[in-house]
Design a protein. Structure first.
Length: 252
């Protein structure tokens, strides 16, 4: 009787390698999906930020976040009215630049000379430019915060790129605080001197600039010896930047 021949059985192929490949493919696809939407989200945020900044090229920021917070603090409307640059005495604009940011026309948002001087003085003096102050007041909030400073550092060059120097200064002159609840040169000139911003003299303009950036501690109508001394310095500085061309980016 012939012996039965045993059939060789081939081992069944395991599906584990295929499963591993499928898992790896899923992880890769998930990573690509996340990267795709992260990039898209970043581009969308950047586009919205650019639109936000561009909006204020044509529309005036009549109430800043700081104005609203002060309004809540004092429990009354703040004294503020927008006025175009054409209706502000040229000496007022020069005085503020001389007092706050003499190299305003020469930098792109950050005054590196002032920053180095501030570092050398151990932080005893400020180095914030008019552009940075506009960004802080229009788009951000007050207070010491690394997050705010980082956002300010990112937004300031964009504002310098999109807005003109004249527009930045015009906004600053309209949102700067000059007394408790008093914002902008229109309200400030009437509050302290009883005249409109187009009528302020060189001394009055320098007085207003001299109380910055501590308007709650200083007065333009009741000047201390410090404010009087600072006023004389600003009058000289305003005349200097007019002569040497450092006012050319916002005045003819």
């Amino acid at each position: 009787m012939a012996k039965a021949v045993k059939k060789k059985t081939t081992p069944k192929k395991t599906s584990k390698p295929k499963a591993k490949r499928t898992l790896a493919a899923r992880v890769t696809a998930a990573c690509q999906f996340v990267r795709h939407w992260a990039l898209r989200g970043t581009l969308i945020v950047m586009a919205l930020v650019l639109l936000w900044i561009s909006y204020f090229v044509w529309f005036n920021p009549n109430k800043t976040p700081y104005m609203r917070s002060e309004q809540l603090r004092i429990g009354a409307e703040v004294d503020h009215e927008w006025v175009d640059m054409a209706d502000i005495a040229p000496v007022m604009a020069r005085s503020v630049v001389a007092a706050e940011d003499a190299n305003y026309c020469e930098h792109w948002g950050f005054d590196m000379t002032a920053i180095r001087a501030a570092v050398d003085s151990g932080g005893a003096r400020g180095a914030s430019t008019i552009s940075q102050q506009v960004v802080k007041n229009v788009f951000l909030w007050h207070g010491r915060s690394y997050v705010r400073k980082a956002l300010e550092a990112g937004l300031t060059p964009l504002v310098e790129l999109i807005w003109s120097k004249e527009r930045i200064l015009e906004v600053y002159l309209n949102i700067a605080e000059f007394d408790d609840g008093v914002f902008g040169v229109e309200a400030a000139s009437r509050h302290y001197f009883g005249v409109g911003p187009e009528e302020v003299s060189a001394t009055q303009a320098a007085r207003l600039a001299a109380i910055l950036p501590s308007p709650k501690k200083r007065s333009a109508s009741r000047p201390t010896n410090y404010v009087r001394k600072r006023t004389r310095q600003i009058i000289d500085g305003a005349a200097t930047i007019r002569r040497d061309g450092r006012a050319s980016c916002f005045q003819d």
